[in-house]
Design a protein around this ligand. Structure first.
Ligand code: PMP
Length: 445
């Protein structure tokens, strides 16, 4: 009977809408890098609930910490203090450099970015915000305005359009000119990569600021490596130069670390540390609590002071159970060597995928850092046009049928995304490489 009910739900049109796959994959259980569906089929999970399960599904240590806290205290709100909150903010602050030491806890990445946007506006007294083409910053009405990809704006246009869209649109400026160049360039990046001389980028960047950016701005939002945009990496010094131009116009610089934080990029704990920059505000979520809903905004004492005391109230933000879990995630990361695994397995996968790229006409680019990897698919290496959705879907489904779950993204939906729980092994990587190679082979036949 239970199985019958599950089958019925499988046909629920709402479920069909949110699933990536032609037929929903009905997940029943998870352990570390593995997921099982209701029929007992095992999948290697290389998407981690969109880069979220950081140390492994139902990691025993984190699960034990959650259970312990659940028996003690579930909820109070932040009008009280309690030890899981104290312990956690100390631990989180220790992972960040000075002057990023003031922490606000939220329940998601969108909430964190909403709060960061408000903070930037209150601190600077300015209103305009700059984001990058291809970026994704959230699903709330405000953060959807920050997100450039129109595919994700659909609900605003349809559902809330007349009320919210103009408000957001007037004040958020997507750096189209510059980023169209990069994205276009990126699609042709198999051979040239992002090796365009940096001074040319700086020239373009200055031009965009001179022609399209208002004279006073509140903030610039940028991910250290673009996540949903398809693991897009910027040219050297791009973020550094952008930060300089933004600050010259009175704005603050916000690093959206929702995907790139917590060791995801391998070589650094925070993605921004790979860019020789110091953000004024850092937002985070996803990997922070291994899949338990949580987010955070970290900023400086100076910015926090203009944000003011008492403004920030959040019923669930900093919930004791969330804090106990997030705290255990940080401990577990140290014990399991999570960041090191991300670095080593990321390098290994990038090497393996690059070999596969050289074999197939339809792989335009393999890129990323740590376990934040993108495989950009093209019609052929000569035209370098995005591989159409139907073809993407065929390879994607085939990979799933052979037991591996991956993600999709990119401005044209042309990039496969590999962001596993950061506990995968070399055997897992080899298994995926063999499966992916086979799926490409099947498609080409
Ligand atoms: N920022 C980035 C970079 C993201 O990838 C996402 C989610 N994909 C968000 C913000 C929004 O996070 P959430 O879905 O937790 O609201």
């Amino acid at each position: 009977e239970h199985m019958m009910e599950i089958r019925r739900q499988n046909c629920n049109p709402m479920i069909m809408k949110v699933t990536y796959y032609k037929k929903p994959v009905f997940i029943h259980q998870g352990h570390m890098q593995w997921l099982w569906d209701v029929d007992g089929r095992r999948y290697l999970d290389l998407f981690a609930g969109v880069a979220t399960v950081s140390v492994g599904h139902c990691h025993p240590k984190v699960t034990a910490a959650a259970e312990k806290q659940l028996r003690k205290l579930w909820h109070t709100t932040n009008i009280y203090v309690y030890s899981p909150l104290h312990e956690y903010v100390d631990k989180l602050a220790a992972t960040l450099p000075e002057p990023l030491k003031v922490i606000y806890l939220t329940n998601s990445g969108s909430e964190a970015n909403d709060l960061a946007m408000l903070m930037a506006r209150l601190h600077t007294g300015n209103f305009d915000i700059i984001t990058l083409r291809g970026s994704y910053h959230g699903g709330s009405p405000q953060t959807m305005g920050l997100t450039s990809n129109s595919a994700y704006k659909y609900p605003i246009a349809i559902g809330l359009g007349c009320i919210h869209l103009p408000l957001v649109k007037r004040t958020v400026h997507v750096m189209d000119v510059y980023f169209t160049t990069i994205i276009k360039h990126y699609i042709i990046s198999t051979i040239t990569g992002l090796c365009m001389a940096n001074d040319k980028y700086i020239g373009q960047l200055k031009e965009v600021f001179a022609t399209s950016v208002p004279s006073r701005i509140a903030a610039f939002f940028g991910e250290p490596i673009m996540g949903v945009g398809g693991a897009v990496q910027y040219p050297k010094n791009f973020l550094k130069d952008t930060y300089k131009l933004v600050r010259e116009r009175g704005g603050v610089c916000i690093a959206d670390e929702v995907q790139t934080g917590f060791g995801r990029t391998g070589s650094h704990f925070w993605g921004f540390q790979g860019h020789d920059i110091m953000p004024d505000i850092v937002t985070m979520a996803k990997g922070i609590a291994n899949g338990f809903p949580m987010g955070a905004v970290v900023t400086t004492h100076e910015i926090a002071a203009s944000f003011g005391r008492g403004v920030h109230f959040n019923t669930f933000g900093g919930n004791p159970v969330a804090c106990a879990i997030a705290s255990s995630v940080l401990d577990t990361m140290k014990e399991d060597g999570t960041q090191q695994i991300s670095h080593e397995m990321g390098t290994y996968l990038l090497m393996g995928l690059s070999k596969i790229r050289d074999k197939y006409e339809i792989i335009g680019d393999v890129r990323g850092k740590g376990l934040q990897i993108g495989v950009e698919m093209v019609k052929d290496k000569a035209s370098r046009e995005p591989l159409p959705p139907a073809a993407m879907s065929e390879i994607f489904e085939d990979t799933k049928d052979m037991g591996v779950l991956i993600g999709k993204g990119g401005v044209y939906g042309q990039t496969f995304r590999i962001k596993p729980p950061m506990c995968i092994t070399k055997d897992d990587a080899d298994f995926f490489l063999a499966v992916f190679n086979q799926a490409l082979n099947n498609y080409m036949e």
